[in-house]
Each structure stands twice: as C-alpha cells, then as structure tokens.
Design a protein around this ligand. Structure first.
Ligand code: GLA
Length: 401
C-alpha cells in the first residue's frame, strides 16, 4: 500500500500554498498565517459500532480540508468557505444564533474553544482543500478539525489530541444535531501513513495496523447524498437503547452493547421485536468482523478480508438497514471483477461511497470495469478514486518572506 511520499508532500504543499494565496485574495495579504491540513476519513470496517463502545478500523485519506487563519484586529470572526463560496461573520462579543447551515458547527466550535478566554481577538479564516463534501468522507469533521486547530494555535491553546477530539465531537452533537461516535475525529487526528487505525472505543486504546503493500484502496461514490443519515443515525441509537432498557431489568450491569453477548440476547429473545434483534446482531457481529479483519491484514489473508468486508455490507443492508440500492449495486458488481479482495459501503450509510480493496496489479482494470458499469447503470460518469492511508492533521505557520 506504499504511499507515494514525494508526490503526497508536493500535493500537500501546493494545497497549503494555494489556500494562502486564496486567503490573500479573499481577505487581503497579512505577514503570517496559521494553517492546518486535515484529511478526510474512510472506515475500512466497524460501521455503527463506535457509539456502542465497539471496535472500528478507519484511516485518514489523501484528500484534505485546508484552513488558513490570520488575525484581523477587530472582534469579528470571518469564515470563508471555498466550497460554498460564502463568508460567514460573527462577533465574539455577541451570543450564538443558530442558522441551520454549514456555519453552525464551525461557529459553535470556535465559541466553545474560546469560551474561557477573556480577550476577544478577531480573525479571518479561509477554508479550502480538495476533500469533496457529501460523499461520506467526513468533510464536516475534517473542516471542524482544521478550523478548530488554527483557532487553538492562534489563541495559544494547547490541547491533547484526545481532548481536542472530544471538543470536535461535542460541537457535532450540539451544533450539528448528530450524536456521532468518536471514530471520525480520532481517525483525522491520530492516523499514520500506510496504516489503518484500530480503535477500541471502550477505552480508546489505538493500534496502527499496516495494510499489505500490494493491496490498493479504491473509493466509488454512489452519487447518492446521505441526507437521511442524521435522522436515521439518531434513530438507530434509540432502537438499540430499547434493547439495553429491556436487558437491564435482568442484568443491571449492562450499559452498552459492548457488554452484551449472544447468550444475553438468547435469554430475552421473546421480549424483543425483530427490528431490535437485527440491530443488536449487527453490532455484535460487526465487532467480531473488525477483530477478524485486523488478523486478515496482519497475515495478508485475502479470503478472510473478503468474508468480513462483504458480510459487513450485508449486515448493514439487512440488519442495521442503512445501505442504499446504489451502494448494493456497486458492491455486487465489484464482486464480479477479478482482483477484488473485498468491498462494502463505508460511513454512516444511505449514500456516500463504497470501499474496495483491490490487488495492485488489477487496479487499472478494476477502475475501467467499474467506470463502465457505473456509466451504463447510472447514466453519468463515476467518481472513482484510489486513496492512500495518510498521517492525521498537520499544521504550521506560513510567513511571507
Ligand atoms: C458517522 C459517525 C461516526 C460513525 C459512522 C458509522 O460517520 O460520525 O461516528 O458512527 O457514522 O460507523
């Protein structure tokens, strides 16, 4: 999976340079700029398990959000987003007013980070980069990480990465209304090059697992926006909570699905409805698949990888019910192509991308075949991209020389 160090360094440097230039044309030149480069994230396996204290295996990808910040000598914060081609301004001296748009999470996060500061120092932030939004690659968590990081650096606030991840998650809960787990934030902050990040969400212990050198990772966008995702996401949490409430009556020590075994389920089979049963079975079986996948990567075992990735997809489709027909089609078709090691939908679901592990020698042919299949089925061009596991967020100060 060797990531192309030189090429990636050049891409990263040019993204920063381009964003500083864009900052200048948006807000005018300054003598120095705080910058952060936050990658997007993809989950190899362990879907809808993080908020049940389970196991996940995500990684940061070679597509980034950039944030460039410079002070503006006022008490106003101006945030410009290249993607939305829009500037949002707010005064640090006035209270937060929710607007129900992209700016809420960022403004809320900035206010949270600065809430114990006595001095108001206004600033301008430019948000750019090459991470596409709406493809389930965590562009929201990535932009929050980048903007949060430059804000903290400018205000000289030193965070441990874990504390920062919690701050990002809290802002997503409060200002985004999605009760997400911590997977995206940790992947964006802690990932390492060429490796996936195994996280035990019970104790947040992490381990970096290397991806075999001759395996490539290909993303295919279904083209379906995951609009249902936030409402259905919170719904899945209450559905699983129903199970916890029932089982607690006989086993009060159980607090999350991580404490539940198949024997526990068997004992209350008649008390739970089919939907609750399926949700819980997904989470328990997905946790097992993550552990199996870690072993499969360590031993370069293609068959085990295939079994676990495809079974994950099927469980998300039939048990957790968060897939979409377009994602199912892409998975079925990918399975017909020689060189496929495994594939599944990735992320919260209802749209977004599939992740495909493919033997390196077959990458070109795989992309060709999937592009053709996509074109004839969807009647448009596919967004298909080979991505590399990269290091998490990086930052620095850019000075005009
Ligand atoms: C979203 C959330 C994550 C995780 C995934 C599903 O990306 O932000 O915390 O729950 O969905 O695995």
């Amino acid at each position: 999976m060797a990531y192309k160090i030189k090429e990636m360094k050049i891409i990263m440097e040019s993204l920063i340079k381009e964003s500083v230039e864009d900052f200048k044309s948006t807000f005018g030149p300054k003598d120095h700029y705080y910058w952060a480069l936050a990658p997007g994230r993809v989950n190899l396996i362990g879907e809808h398990t993080d908020y049940h204290n389970g196991y996940v295996l995500p990684f940061a990808i070679s597509l980034y959000t950039t944030a460039v910040l410079s002070p503006n000598d006022t008490k106003i914060v101006n945030i410009y987003s290249k993607e939305y081609n829009e500037t949002h301004s707010f005064s640090l001296q006035e209270n937060f007013i929710k607007k129900d748009k992209w700016t809420d999470r960022l403004e809320g996060l900035i206010r949270d980070l600065l809430k114990s500061n006595k001095t108001f120092m206004g600033f301008d932030v430019y948000i750019g980069g090459d991470l596409p939004i709406g493809k389930g690659l965590s562009s929201s968590a990535s932009s929050m990480a980048a903007v949060g990081d430059v804000t903290a650096k400018f205000y000289n606030i030193n965070y441990e990465k874990l504390t920062f991840a919690y701050a990002l998650q809290k802002a997503e809960h409060i200002y985004g209304g999605v009760n997400c787990g911590l997977m995206d934030q940790l992947a964006i902050l802690l990932s390492q090059r060429d490796k996936v990040l195994f996280i035990d969400c019970l104790n947040l212990k992490t381990e970096n697992v290397i991806v075999p050198d001759n395996w490539a990772i290909i993303l295919i966008d279904s083209g379906v926006k995951h609009e249902l995702a936030s409402s259905e996401y919170n719904k899945r949490q209450s559905e699983c909570k129903r199970f916890i409430d029932i089982i607690k009556k006989t086993k009060p020590s159980i607090n999350t699905l991580r404490d539940v075994s198949y024997i526990d389920i068997a004992q209350i089979l008649t008390e739970i409805d089919d939907k609750t049963y399926k949700r819980v079975v997904h989470v328990l079986s997905e946790n097992e698949r993550v552990l199996n996948m870690v072993k499969a990567l360590e031993t370069s075992n293609m068959k085990e990888s295939f079994t676990n990735l495809v079974n994950s997809h099927l469980s998300l489709k039939f048990n957790y019910e968060v897939s979409a027909p377009e994602l199912d089609y892409l998975v079925e078709q990918a399975c017909l192509i020689k060189g496929l090691i495994g594939c599944r939908m990735t992320g919260g679901g209802f749209g977004g991308c599939t992740i495909n592990l493919v033997e390196k020698d077959s990458v070109k042919d795989f992309i060709n075949q999937m592009s053709n299949k996509y074109r004839s089925y969807f009647n448009k061009e596919a967004w298909i991209k080979e991505v590399y596991p990269v290091e998490g967020l990086t930052n620095g100060i850019w000075k005009n020389i």
